[in-house]
Design a protein around this ligand. Structure first.
Ligand code: SF4
Ligand code: SF4
Length: 419
């Protein structure tokens, strides 16, 4: 039987209380009875752009699920993800840049980058076999936690496409690109998450996954069937499901049935948006057309092309022409701390709504306020508070490194959005 639920949320408190209530009221019967069971959380850590840009799963949403699991007594919790190939190829740890390693330390849960996992074989189209992370096939309970975003190749990406991150390293991800939509469906036939919890707190519209615009949509969706949840997300974004590659493939193959479509029609949605479509530039559109894409992929797989792509100059050229969405900046952030410019702070409380571990901001900056003086040692260094402050009252000390690019592209958009 299909299950689907939606809650509306805004602040970290609402996210945590809303998710805990939802899971305990509607989904607790699905969780394993043995508290020693291996629970795997699979967020979407597509790139080093944090959740405020609409690109990756929000630390606040994952924190809420971990707290629920720990309240229930589960001990063997792992967060696992095989991040975008380009970062992996460039030896950049997205897990670390998004501060998921710090979230793991904070809650005492394991973090695993699937790009370095042992593999289990899965069969794909045209006789291809590729390896998925063994953690995914060995978990007792798998929670899929995607982000809602438009995507210039797939149309939209939510539950179904999020499983691409279960493939180990660039070598296995590349193998499925030839028939991407069908292979995403194949992946979902091989790995079947028990539960899907979708982060729609800040979504992405337009040229996703990494050049779109964040949209404050304030929802969390949950369900037990990825096709139903993705169809609901398509409705939520007013995006025709027939234009979403994996959903169209699943319908053509008879995996999405009238039962799915009828169920989706009956569920009321409190919020419905009209997402801007992911329209790529003329060159990217030309090359990625289904008729020509196989030739591009054949070139992309050659060692010479791979080498050229790893050079800065070709990387910039690909980015400028829209053929590559990411810039792989190698500079890490150097953190020396945060401080408050009191004269700028209006005590609006926005920063506190965004802190994943609920540090009492901005009061924590006031040494006489009686807040734990060691809060900066516990701080995840996620910079959510710094990015959302509309008055730029939180001062960052150190070097922003790769985060400078996010601030340049999204800083003002984020501040306007959260007000
Ligand atoms: S968001 Fe900025 S202005 Fe608002 S309370 Fe926090 S520090 Fe002060
Ligand atoms: S204080 Fe700011 S940087 Fe630290 S965890 Fe909270 S939101 Fe992130």
């Amino acid at each position: 039987m299909f299950r689907f639920d939606a809650i509306t949320v805004d602040s970290v408190r609402e996210i945590k209380s809303g998710i805990k209530q939802l899971l305990s009221d509607k989904y607790s019967d699905m969780f394993p009875t043995d508290r020693k069971s291996k629970i795997l959380i699979k967020p979407n850590l597509n790139s080093n752009m944090n959740a405020l840009t609409g690109n990756t799963t929000d630390l606040r949403v994952v924190a809420a699920v971990i707290e629920y699991l720990q309240d229930c007594g589960y001990k063997a919790i792992t967060i696992g993800e095989g991040t975008n190939s380009g970062y992996y190829r460039s030896n950049i740890s997205v897990v670390q840049r998004l501060r998921y390693d710090e979230l793991g330390l904070h809650y005492g849960v394991m973090i695993k980058d699937f790009n370095y996992s042992d593999t289990s074989p899965v069969s794909f189209e045209r006789g291809v076999e590729a390896g998925v992370a063994r953690e995914c096939t060995e978990a007792d309970f798998l929670i899929n936690m995607p982000k809602i975003k438009t995507h210039f190749e797939a149309g939209m990406t939510v539950c179904l496409k999020n499983l691409i991150g279960c493939l180990v390293g660039q070598e296995n991800k590349k193998k499925v690109h030839g028939a991407l939509s069908d292979n995403i469906v194949n992946l979902n036939l091989a790995i079947k998450p028990n539960l899907h919890i979708v982060d729609g707190v800040i979504s992405m519209e337009g040229l996703g996954p990494t050049r779109g615009t964040p949209l404050l949509t304030g929802v969390i969706f949950a369900g037990n069937d990825p096709y139903v949840v993705d169809l609901m997300c398509a409705r939520f974004a007013s995006f025709p499901y027939q234009k979403i590659g994996p959903l169209a493939a699943a319908k053509r193959r008879g995996i999405i049935t009238d039962e799915h479509l009828n169920f989706v029609k009956t569920i009321p949605l409190e919020r419905i948006y009209k997402f801007k479509p992911p329209t790529a530039g003329p060159l990217a559109t030309f090359i990625h057309s289904p008729k020509r894409q196989k030739y591009f992929l054949a070139i992309r797989r050659t060692p010479l092309f791979n080498y050229l792509c790893s050079t800065e100059i070709v990387g910039k050229l690909l980015y400028m022409t829209g053929l590559r969405q990411d810039v792989f900046i190698r500079d890490e952030m150097q953190w020396e701390g945060l401080s408050l410019k009191k004269e700028k702070c209006t005590d609006c409380g926005i920063c506190a709504r965004y802190c994943p571990i609920e540090i009492e901001l901005p009061r924590a900056f006031d040494k006489s306020a009686g807040i734990d003086r060691h809060w900066q040692e516990k701080c995840l260094q996620c910079l959510y508070c710094f990015s959302v402050c509309p008055k730029s009252a939180i001062e960052f000390h150190g070097t922003l490194g790769f985060m400078e690019e996010q601030e340049r592209q999204y800083g003002e958009i984020i501040k306007r959005m959260v007000k």
